[in-house]
Design a protein around this ligand. Structure first.
Ligand code: FAD
Length: 218
C-alpha cells in the first residue's frame, strides 16, 4: 500500500526526501508522542498547537478539553494540518548554508471526526498505551464526567506526506577544496529522545516498586 500525493501534499522542495510507503508513514507517527495541529480561526489567523496523539490503525487520534478552542473548532469541522516531527540529528556542514537537520516528518491534512461511546474509550486507551505503554490496565478508567469533558478526535490518514533527511552534509565542491573550510570537521551528530530516572510522587507508599513497563520504555 502506498501514499498517493495530492496537489496539496506533493513534496515540491526536496522531492528526493519524500517517502511514499505507508510503513514509513506509520513508523514516523509511531516514533513520536506529540503532534502539532494547525487550524485557521474565523478571522483567518492560523494557530498551530502541540498535542499528544497516537496512530490508531489508519488514522491519528487525539483528545482534549471540550473547553479548548482548538478541539471545539476541530469538532465543528475545521480542516486541520497535523504535523509530526522526529528530530534525528544535526548536520554540521562546512558552511552555514549547507548545515541542516536530520529528520523524519509527516504532514496529514483533513477534517477530524468526533468519536463517542465504546469507540471513544478504545481510542483513549490507544492514546494512553502509545504514550505510556503498559499503564492503562493499572489506572482508573475515565469516569462519565471525565468523558463528557473530553473531545476525542480521529483524523484519517487519507491525504498525507512524509519527508526524511538522513546522513551527512552535502557541501559545495568549493568548500571541500578551499582551506580553512576543507580542514574543518564536518559530519552529523545523531540525536534521540530518552527518559530520565522516574521520580515517585509524595503519595506513593515507600518501597513501591517502579513498574516494570517503565523500564521497557527505553
Ligand atoms: C526538523 C526539521 C527542520 C527543518 N528545517 C528547515 C529549515 O530550516 N529551512 C527550510 O527551508 N526547511 C526546513 N525543513 C523542511 C521544511 O519542513 C519544508 O519541507 C521546506 O521548507 C519546504 O517547504 P515548502 O513549503 O516549499 O514545501 P513544499 O514541498 O512546497 O510542500 C508541499 C507539501 O509537501 C509536504 N511537505 C513539505 N514539507 C514537509 C515535511 N517536512 N514533512 C512532511 N511533508 C512535508 C506537505 O504536504 C506540503 O503541503 C525542516 C524540516 C524538519 C522536519
Amino acid at each position: 500500500m502506498g501514499l498517493t500525493p495530492t496537489e496539496r501534499t506533493v513534496i515540491r522542495r526536496g522531492p528526493e526526501k519524500a517517502a511514499f510507503d505507508v510503513a514509513t508513514l506509520y513508523d514516523v507517527l509511531d516514533s513520536s508522542l506529540i503532534a502539532h495541529v494547525g487550524i485557521c480561526d474565523s478571522s483567518g489567523q492560523p494557530f498551530v498547537l502541540p498535542t499528544a496523539f497516537a496512530r490508531v490503525e489508519n488514522s491519528v487520534a487525539f483528545h482534549g478539553s471540550t473547553a479548548s478552542r482548538l478541539f471545539k473548532s476541530l469538532a465543528h469541522g475545521s480542516p486541520c494540518c497535523l504535523t509530526v516531527t522526529c528530530l534525528d540529528g544535526l548536520v554540521l556542514a562546512r558552511s552555514a548554508f549547507e548545515s541542516s537537520m536530520n529528520y523524519r516528518s509527516a504532514v496529514v491534512l483533513g477534517v477530524p471526526q468526533v468519536v463517542t461511546g465504546d469507540r471513544e474509550l478504545a481510542v483513549l486507551e490507544s492514546i494512553s498505551e502509545h504514550l505510556m505503554p503498559g499503564r492503562w490496565s493499572e489506572i482508573r478508567p475515565p469516569a462519565e464526567q471525565e468523558l463528557k469533558a473530553t473531545l476525542t478526535l480521529v483524523l484519517e490518514l487519507a491525504e498525507c506526506s512524509v519527508k526524511i533527511r538522513r546522513g551527512g552534509p552535502e557541501d559545495v565542491p568549493d568548500d571541500l577544496a578551499t582551506t580553512p573550510w576543507s580542514t574543518t570537521w564536518a559530519g552529523h551528530v545523531p540525536m534521540g529522545t530518552t527518559f530520565g530516572t522516574p521520580v515517585a510522587d509524595p503519595h506513593t507508599p515507600a518501597n513501591t516498586p517502579i513498574p516494570q513497563y517503565i523500564g521497557d520504555w527505553g
